[in-house]
Design a protein around this ligand. Structure first.
Ligand SMILES: NC(=O)c1ccc[n+]([C@@H]2O[C@H](COP(=O)([O-])OP(=O)(O)OC[C@H]3O[C@@H](n4cnc5c(N)ncnc54)[C@H](OP(=O)(O)O)[C@@H]3O)[C@@H](O)[C@H]2O)c1
Length: 302
């Protein structure tokens, strides 16, 4: 069976053999191994670099099995090899472009096929692009899809596994950069700036967190959102030439707090480790309902 359905030029340049999830195809892991019995299983999206990679390293150092995800085969394989060589945790790498719902679905199918439990899902993969507005493979504004819609879809696809694994957690890596969603121009056809696109997608993640917490009440699956730290020294910030204001390790502490912390409850938004109020729109039930209906419609399989 041919496993390689679509290989981006960027990926082709770095690795000729790596399978990237695509429509209807089964996605195979690129590297790594299965967890051992009793090992906690944590999926960290966007863990081939930046904050996600440091969270993955921290989890593995504690003995966890990390499902590493991203698009870069080389960086992902490097991390898996490092984790395996570390001798404590274990890891396995899957490649899927969050600019494609087919790829997200293929990733979810692969996780359901390869794992009988998922203790923590960390929705961390994210972009803050420079330059003109870009569209996803599905035709939607790219920040909205990669940062919000794809996490929404992945989470929904993995909910049965998370429920079976309860007590389990879903952590949404959001941001203090939040901007209300204009439901008349969600894809920012009329008024695009990268800051606006990023900030509305980050608020959408928080609105999803609040909804999900209500839906999962009493299930043993908790969910919270976090602003990890401001302007960390990751590619997202460095490639813009923006002024670095914190270390990625500050962000790791904040994310690990939501993964491991006691008595956090569910349905909260944290500024690093402090429970905080999000943008007012997140508390508007009608706005959340509109957003949920939109996400369900846009991510519905064809
Ligand atoms: N940096 C900050 O100061 C800051 C502040 C607040 C919140 N955050 C949030 O923290 C999270 C991590 O950010 P970061 O600073 O670590 O960014 P980063 O260094 O750019 O890393 C982003 C990660 O997401 C993956 N990714 C990007 N586009 C993707 C796509 N289309 N499909 C699949 N994976 C994709 C990247 O992997 P590949 O390149 O391999 O695809 C990489 O692993 C984001 O959600 C961000 O919004 C960051």
């Amino acid at each position: 069976m041919i496993r390689i359905a679509r290989v981006s030029m960027a990926l082709l340049a770095t690795s000729l053999a790596a399978p990237l999830a695509s429509s209807g195809q089964e996605l195979e892991p690129v590297a790594g191994r299965s967890p051992t019995d009793g090992q906690r299983v944590v999926l960290v999206t966007g863990s081939t670099g930046g904050l996600g990679r440091e969270v993955a390293r921290t989890l593995a150092a504690r003995g966890d099995h990390v499902v590493v995800h991203g698009r870069s085969a080389d960086r992902g394989m490097e991390l898996v090899a490092e984790i395996e060589a570390g001798g404590r945790g274990s890891a396995r790498l899957y490649l899927a472009d969050f600019g494609s719902f087919d790829a997200v679905r293929a990733l979810a199918r692969a996780i359901r096929r390869d794992y009988d439990r998922l203790d923590v899902l960390v929705n961390n993969a994210g972009i803050w692009l420079q330059g003109p507005r870009q569209l996803s493979d599905d035709g939607y504004e790219l920040h909205f899809q990669v940062n919000y819609l794809s996490s929404f879809l992945l989470t929904r696809e993995l909910l049965p596994l998370l429920r079976r694994s309860a007590p389990s957690r879903i952590v949404h890596v959001s941001s203090a950069a939040q901007r209300p969603i204009d439901f008349d121009d969600v894809m920012l056809d009329d008024d695009y700036t990268d800051g606006r696109a990023y900030a509305q997608s980050k608020l959408a993640q928080i609105m999803f967190t609040f909804d999900l917490a209500e839906e999962l009440a009493g299930s043993g699956v908790s969910t919270n959102a976090v602003h990890p730290a401001s302007m960390m020294d990751t590619d997202m910030v460095l490639e813009r030439g923006a002024r670095v204001r914190s270390s990625v390790h500050d962000g790791v502490d904040a994310v690990m707090h939501l993964i491991d912390g006691d008595d956090l409850g569910t349905g909260g938004y944290f500024n690093q480790t402090t429970p905080t109020r999000a943008n007012q729109q997140a508390y508007d039930e009608r706005a959340r309902e509109r957003l949920r209906a939109l996400a369900e419609r846009l991510t519905a399989g064809r």
